[in-house]
Structures are given as C-alpha cells and as structure tokens.
Design a protein around this ligand. Structure first.
Ligand SMILES: [Zn+2]
Length: 174
C-alpha cells in the first residue's frame, strides 16, 4: 500500500468525470488499498479515486467513531437509486480543499447500488453521516465539489484563496 499525493483545488483534474470500472481485478484492489491508506493518513473519512488523480468510479470511506474499530468501506461504480425528501445539514470538509468547512444540505437518506471490494453487487441504505459522506464522494466522481452546494459568493472566495495559494507554491518551485 502506498500513500498517494492528494489533488488540491483549483486543479482542473477535480472537475473531470470518472469512468466506470469494468472488472474488479488486482489493479483495482491495489487502488482501493492505496486510497484507504491515503485517506487514513490524511486523516479523512472519505476519498474518491479522482482525488489521487485516478479518474475511475471508486470511493472509500470510514465513518466509524473515533476510538472504535476501523470500518473501511469500498464502493465501486456507486449509483444513487433513491433519495429521501427529508434533508439534513452537515458541516462538510474535503481533503482536496484543506481547512475549509461549510454547512451543506442534502437528502437525509439514500439507497446506493454499487459493487463491493470483491466485485459483488450490493445495495446499501444509508442515513446520517454515511449518507452525507457517500453523496459527497459520489459528487467527486461527477466532477462536483461540496463548495458547489454553497453560495456563489462563498464559493468564489474559496476558489480565489486556493488559486492564490497554488500560485505561491508554483513560484516557490521556480
Ligand atoms: Zn471531498
């Protein structure tokens, strides 16, 4: 397992739509292991493959409580098949937008069809933090970031801040 560098806003890679995974082979399993390693190291509770620069439809999560046993989850080709009218609000963050948090409203419960780490078809019903986290990560597979769900004013401020920071990093490298 290898810890991979994270792709950070405003890198245009984050806006790419990811492609489905056709077979869950050794390479896909290795990617899942690398993603989990990278997520735990960050630390974060969710990571989409595109966040390490791989445009494939896979995400990993672990929403277990601090102090409890680790519960790594792998979702391949996830598809939301139903969402509740009931909504819930969580303060979200993102490993690709470090140190920025904002409240986002999303459906409180969802049903997701996907493959698991072994390539078996599964249907997962999620609520609470898992539902929020899954929707956040599935958005990544479609090139959508959580800041797309906040006000335009706030979003533009964050993008400006990260664009400036990226330029500074660039000039230091010269
Ligand atoms: Zn994210």
């Amino acid at each position: 397992m290898t810890i991979k560098p994270l792709i950070i806003l405003p890198d245009p890679i984050l806006r790419q739509a990811s492609k489905p995974i056709e077979t869950v082979d050794g390479e896909v399993k290795k990617l899942a292991a690398d993603m989990l390693e990278t997520m735990y190291d960050a630390p974060g509770i969710g990571l989409a493959a595109i966040q390490i620069g791989v445009p494939r439809r896979m995400l990993v999560l672990d929403v277990s409580k601090e102090g409890d046993d680790k519960t790594p989850l792998v979702f391949i080709n996830p598809e939301i098949v139903s969402s509740s009218d009931e909504r819930s609000v969580y303060e979200e963050g993102c490993l690709s937008i470090p140190d920025y948090y904002a409240e986002v409203e999303r459906p409180a419960k969802i049903k997701v069809r996907h493959l698991d780490a072994e390539g078996r078809e599964q249907m997962t019903e999620a609520d609470g933090l898992l539902a929020t986290c899954l929707q956040h990560e599935i958005d990544h597979l479609n090139g959508i970031l959580f800041i797309d769900h906040i006000s335009k004013l706030k979003r533009e401020m964050v993008i400006r801040k990260f664009t400036k920071a990226a330029k500074l990093r660039g000039s230091k490298a010269l």
